[in-house]
Design a protein around this ligand. Structure first.
Ligand code: LLP
Length: 421
């Protein structure tokens, strides 16, 4: 459920007509709903009621500070994967003790910054990382709280580019080697083991892969405790999928996911962390673009939009589907026609949808890409020297630009011409 609905023939974001924002901000732009962000965060938070828990939003999904602050004010922690994300979370007012640091390639500088600024835990992914973290912490006279990310070797049944829990993936340490690696970590002076971390992939649309992974984590908890490790926190990663194609997808709900966590891990008495990104932000954001031209092709018409692959890369990168709807509500029963929906970038990959059935559209009409709140703005680029598109946040009847569109001058002045030219 989200808060982008037609009211009086116009798509609205909460109580604000999208066309009004477009007129003020210009297209294309990303538009987020506070009410949807709040609702989705609470769904997870409430799904874990009864367990000692923290929902750490995976901020890689959408990292504007206004979004982070909206969630942090509700009690969210953050899952960060870079020094930049850590600094951004701190800048948005998230306390260090609510920030977990994930990622397969943490650098010395990133470790130092997080240890200096405060950190809930590092989710460590390899032996060399463990060794480096121990020495950085020791040099700073500190002890780093850690979990070790185990790779449970389960098939998350998702797109190959976003599956992470199979043994061939680069993530975590094989669960079969966990006892040795935990013993090694326990012997390092700068580390303090507090738990186990697992994350099997993203856009997961069935609970079964989670069940398999979490049962393995439960078993491992017993084994590691018997080895003398104080396992008291389980970070279960993110990954719950969203319905991109609303007409025929119904992924599991956070409540069902929460029930599975309780069923598989509830008896262990551990504090539970989860790291959802997509399900919090995905359907809380749309991308609004304008039709520049309608071009007739041989066997189909093309809708050429002012938004492009550099603004929303998911269709080009993952063949991802996004529902696309007109901002002016189509008349009931209007006949639809097939369009190829494309951007203006000079490559055929700049195609959002092929033969998509849409009501008839004309130049100047606005369309909205649904489910664009996660992995939308954060993955955009300035390819073709197209400015990063603005981000706007709605709250009831108000809206605010939370990242302005740079001018051409802003972009161009970032280059430096060397002295020999
Ligand atoms: N935790 C870790 C360690 C992760 O690597 C990720 C996502 C998450 C949490 C959050 O997963 P989520 O709840 O958002 O599924 N760009 C791709 C998705 C990449 C996901 C990477 N890791 C896309 O647009 O589909």
């Amino acid at each position: 459920m989200d808060h982008f609905l037609y009211q009086n023939g116009q798509l609205c974001a909460e109580d604000v007509p999208v066309a009004e924002i477009a007129a003020e901000v210009g297209t294309p732009f990303y538009l987020y709903s506070t009410a949807t962000l709040t609702r989705h965060f609470r769904l997870f938070d409430e799904a874990l009621n009864g367990l000692d828990h923290l929902v750490c939003y995976a901020m890689k999904a959408a990292s504007n500070q206004a979004i982070l602050k909206t969630l942090a004010d509700l009690g969210a922690g953050m899952d960060v994967v870079s020094g930049g994300e850590y600094a951004r979370a701190i800048a948005a007012g998230v306390p260090g003790d609510r920030i977990v640091f994930s990622g397969v390639g943490k650098t010395r500088d990133e470790m130092q910054a997080a240890l200096a600024g405060g950190i809930r835990q590092f989710n460590v992914e390899s032996e060399p990382e463990m060794q480096l973290l121990s020495s950085v912490a020791t040099e700073m006279g500190k002890t780093a709280p850690i979990t070790i990310r185990v790779n449970p070797d389960v098939d998350a049944k998702t797109h190959a580019k976003i599956a992470t829990g199979k043994s061939e993936n680069k993530f975590g340490i094989p669960i079969s080697r966990a006892r040795d690696v935990y013993a090694m970590a326990a012997a390092l002076p700068g580390l303090h083991i507090i738990g186990i971390d697992v994350h099997i992939g993203s856009q997961i649309t069935e609970l079964e892969p989670y069940r398999q992974a979490y049962l393995k984590v439960a078993e491992l908890t017993d084994v590691l405790r018997a080895d003398g490790h104080d396992i008291r926190r389980l970070d279960l990663g993110g990954g719950l999928g969203i319905p991109y194609e609303r007409s025929n997808e119904a992924p599991p709900l956070p409540t069902e996911y929460g029930a599975l966590i309780k069923e598989t891990l509830g008896h262990l008495g551990c504090e539970i962390e989860i790291e959802p990104g997509r399900l919090v932000a995905g359907n809380a954001g749309i991308m609004v673009t304008k039709v520049i031209y309608v071009k007739s092709g041989e066997d189909r018409d093309f809708l050429i939009l002012d938004g492009a692959m550099n603004d929303l890369i998911r269709p080009a990168m993952y063949d991802a589907h996004h529902d696309i709807i007109p901002v002016a509500e189509p008349a009931a029963g209007i006949e639809q026609q097939p369009y190829d929906i494309v951007g203006p970038v000079c490559e055929s990959g700049d195609t959002f949808a092929k033969k998509r059935m849409m009501p008839p559209l004309s130049a100047g009409d606005l369309v909205a890409f649904r489910s664009a709140g996660a992995y939308g703005a954060v993955m955009s680029s300035e390819y073709n020297t197209r400015p990063l598109i603005p981000e706007v946040l709605v709250h009831e009847h108000q809206f605010a630009v939370i990242r302005a569109r740079p001018t051409f001058e802003d972009m161009i002045k970032r280059d430096t011409i060397p002295h020999w030219l």
